[in-house]
Write a protein that binds this ligand. Structure first.
Ligand code: PEP
Length: 253
């Protein structure tokens, strides 16, 4: 049994107006009140961060953002800097999500710069990696993930990464209803932990939380969380409804 505290994180993507986001946060606050064994995080849209932050201020729910720019300020129309997220109440930031990689030109290099900027501002990066269906079928899962993790964390030293969380999100399982089996998730998580151990030492790798993401729902969360190297979940669709998301948080009951 590891002493890594599980993290159940909700990625609200491009959903919910301010009113809807605050209502959902309020409902979730009541539904997860008193939960201490699991850490809970929600990542709403940029425009609703401050409102949601105020709503969850008196609760243990942590706030996360879904993306950021790596520069601290400047002429980058439409972008948001790490300190702005901190200012809005964020503790976490999701970086390198496959939708950012697929639709917005995110690369291992930009993710690397973003992780560095996040760490410098005191944010915990949730660093997403994952293989496509074609890559899995071609037997390239580990080599794709190794490249993403090595490039994403290139030139970091151990002390930079104390707050890092890795999220393994097979692209073929995101928003598709297809979930990796618990054995597939465990196999990859164990591999990633070994890889992180080679890069930064076994002690660090043992402390590091590795989340699984990809169609996590109440019907599969328990078996995934029972795997020794699965330390939590990054959840899209099933995080939008507070009742459903709270069932994920309460996976042990
Ligand atoms: C995600 O977007 O990170 C995700 C895992 O989405 P879903 O749970 O909807 O597959």
């Amino acid at each position: 049994m590891s002493n890594r505290r599980p993290l159940i994180a909700g990625n609200w993507k491009m959903h919910k107006t301010g009113k809807e986001a605050v209502e959902a946060a309020k409902a979730l606050k009541a539904l997860v009140a008193g939960v201490t064994s699991v850490e809970v995080m929600i990542a709403p849209t940029f425009t609703t961060l401050a409102q949601v932050s105020a709503e969850i201020a008196t609760s243990p729910i942590a706030l996360g953002a879904q993306n950021m720019h790596w520069e601290p300020k400047g002429a980058f129309t439409g972008e948001i800097a790490a300190d702005m997220l901190v200012d809005a109440g964020c503790r976490y930031v999701i970086l390198g999500h496959s939708e950012r990689r697929q639709f917005f030109g995110e690369t291992d290099q930009t993710v690397n710069k973003k992780i560095r900027a996040a760490v410098q501002s005191g944010l915990s990066p949730v660093f997403c990696i994952g293989e496509s269906e074609a890559e899995r079928e071609a037997g390239q899962t580990f080599s794709v993930l190794d490249k993403q993790i090595r490039k994403g964390l290139e030139s970091f030293v151990l002390q930079d990464l104390q707050a890092l969380v890795v999220a393994y999100e097979p692209v073929w399982a995101i928003g598709t209803g297809k979930t990796a089996t618990k054995e597939q998730a465990q196999e990859v998580h164990a591999h990633l932990r070994a890889e992180l151990g080679q890069m930064f030492g076994a002690d660090f790798a043992q402390r590091m939380r590795i989340l699984y993401g990809g169609s996590v729902k109440p019907s599969n969360v328990k078996e995934l969380m029972a795997m020794p190297d699965v330390d939590g979940a990054l959840v899209g669709g099933a995080s939008l409804d507070p009742e459903t998301f709270s069932q994920l948080v309460h996976y042990q009951s």
